[in-house]
Ligand binder design. Structure first.
Ligand code: 0O2
Length: 266
């Protein structure tokens, strides 16, 4: 196939990956804006390289005309979670969306691969708008924890280095590392609620500080500098006490002052 034709075929997949990444990043933002813990820590995406597509077609004897149906991961999105429990939450968020239809799932958490690979995969149908009209395509979403991702990334580079002929001592080390990753995820899950509490308070505090500063900035435009300086000094005094409840009270009072001046607090 000519390079130009490949570009045309892959173009909608590039759009799909970009849109999907934006949508998942937006989900993270929405959680944070509502002072909520986000089950998604980060998201990335890629379009499979032509050589990798060709390699898969050769390995699975897929004819060129069946490529788009049978190579399901031309568009790939990877969602990284902090805790194993988050993976299920993310999968159910995806299942509830109107713009993504789940075609199939592969649960390598319940059925760990021989290599030690753990991850949860979904193949979805997703529609993008192109010059020729809507195009429904497939995309693979891999959902895994940071620890699983660490292992998979290292193992993937070693697979590439040894090209399917990994020496037994490396396989053995990887297998031990995979066991250590399982223990690490379990340990993290055990202290999940403490970690989440800590992260939530820090998120709430930074959101409140952001709102207060925006409000002070807006008040500058409508009231005297002296008054705003007084508010600012009071904020700095309370901030220095590290007393979160006082900061919340100050935030509420500032909201009332801002309302009096018809200034939006956020
Ligand atoms: P890329 O794009 O470089 O990541 P397969 O026969 O495994 O190639 P299939 O049936 O589509 O293909 O299956 P699967 O198992 O869902 O795997 C698709 C992707 O999962 C792989 O993409 C990897 O990203 C990841 N994966 C699967 N198994 C392993 C594994 O043992 N180790 C690591 N590190 N990753 C794995 P590709 O095709 O490798 O390409």
């Amino acid at each position: 196939m000519e390079i130009q034709l490949w570009r045309n075929i892959l173009c909608p997949y590039e759009l799909a990956v970009r849109e999907l990444v934006v949508k998942f990043e937006h989900l993270i933002d929405e959680h944070h804006r509502h002072d909520m813990y986000s089950p998604i820590e980060s998201v990335s995406g890629r379009v499979k390289s032509v050589s990798s597509i060709l390699e898969k077609m050769q390995r699975k004897s897929i004819p060129l005309e069946r490529m788009e149906e049978e190579v399901e991961d031309i568009a790939g999105v990877r969602i990284i979670c902090q805790f194993e429990e988050d993976i299920e939450t993310v999968a159910s968020i995806i299942a509830g969306r109107q713009d993504m239809q789940i075609k199939s799932e592969k649960d390598y958490l319940k059925h760990i691969k021989q290599s030690g690979y753990r991850s949860y995969h979904l193949i979805i149908y997703y529609t993008v708008e192109t010059l020729e009209g809507p195009k429904r395509l497939q995309a693979e979403i891999q959902i895994r924890t940071m620890a699983m991702n660490f292992w998979a990334t290292i193992e993937h580079s070693l697979q590439y280095k040894y090209k399917g002929d990994m020496p037994p001592h490396v396989t053995d080390r990887l297998s031990k590392a995979a066991d250590a990753i399982i223990s690490l995820d379990q340990e993290m899950s055990a202290v999940r609620s403490e970690i989440m509490d800590a992260q939530n308070s820090s998120l709430m505090q930074s959101n409140i500080v952001r709102d207060i500063l925006t409000c002070i900035e807006n008040l500058y435009k409508v009231t005297s500098q002296r008054e705003v300086m007084k508010i600012q000094d009071e904020f700095l005094r309370i901030y220095a006490t590290k007393d979160f409840e006082q900061l919340q009270r100050f935030h509420r009072q500032l909201d009332i002052i801002a309302e009096g001046y018809h200034v939006q607090a956020v």
